[in-house]
Design a protein around this ligand. Sequence first.
Ligand code: PLP
Length: 373
Amino acid sequence: MSLYRKRLKLVKGEGVYVWDSQGRRYMDLVAGIGVNVLGHNHPEWVSAIKEQLEKLVVAGPMFEHEERDEMLEELAKWADYEYVYMGNSGTEAVEAAIKFARLYTGRKEIVAMTNAFHGRTMGALSATWKPKYRKDFEPLVPGFKHIPFNNVEAAKEAITRETAAVIFEPIQGEGGIVPAKKEFVKTLRDLTEDVGALLIADEVQTGLRTGRFLAIEHYKVMPDIVTMGKGIGNGVPVSLTLTNFDVERGKHGSTFGGNPLACKAVATTLRILRKEKLVEKAEEKFIEVEAPNVIMTRGMGLMIGIVMRKPVGRFVEELQNRGYLVHTAGQRVIRLLPPLIITKDQIMEVKSAIEGVINDISGGESRVSQEAG
Ligand SMILES: *Cc1c(COP(=O)(O)O)cnc(C)c1O
């Protein structure tokens, strides 16, 4: 987060906007790193959560409650998975996925991708690629190996009868908003099926954002395990691990996982998204940014990466000065994960603002270099 030179103190939010302690308003294209899908202070969501706070917050994992039934019913309208394990963060969803894969297959080996990000607890970190996140915490969990993302030949070589699971992001998020190629995903599905391994799609970041409930739907492939987090509860900490096989009770668990408040948050978020068709509408809100030093715009729907020729820190800072909060993915990618309630007009305003900032900064630079020349 060192890119934000002036670290803002945020005090409130309303819709796509947040305000800082000086009373300045910003359009929030970070949204808590893709969390606030309904924006801030969504009236219907807030009143459902308030009601739940007064009713039942935590019940304990040994009890049933109607909020879980409500959530399962809502979830069934979106995804064809029979079982769901609930955690409290994306990394926990990935931990569960890895454990379930080892349990189900009786094998140990997990194949992950270069540039992958799956979280920061030891198992998920072992599947994460960047040395920056890993090296101070070694030794990590044994049995993990990484293959080059989008490389079909490498996948053919790496996936064997020793493989318990292959884990990948349909669009790499932290890795720079890099979509998986159709042929690669199809190869992963075919190979895992051939050797009796499981395919895990980590949709913690891609879920809800690409115009489909799951980004993997664009690939017409059905993974064995799907992880979700970030926006699924609109800010109440909750994550899901979806499977079509049951895991014996007691083999894995969590004190807070699947509590009534979290279930209510997921059920309410999904219900509002469905009513307002916000997931479907995300697809046509993708923007292409055209400006000097922009190599390309990558991603899908409201998961957008603007790939630049140079480090993006100055652009991020100037956007902040002009009232737009954006995130990054690595040194050279500006990342946008806006609330799904953002309107087409607002996202077009964002496009102009980004192009304006890049033009102004790049224009200034070429003048300087001409003068210097
Ligand atoms: C953010 C993210 C995670 C980790 O989620 P946390 O809630 O930060 O633990 C895992 N996988 C992917 C793809 C992510 O983007």
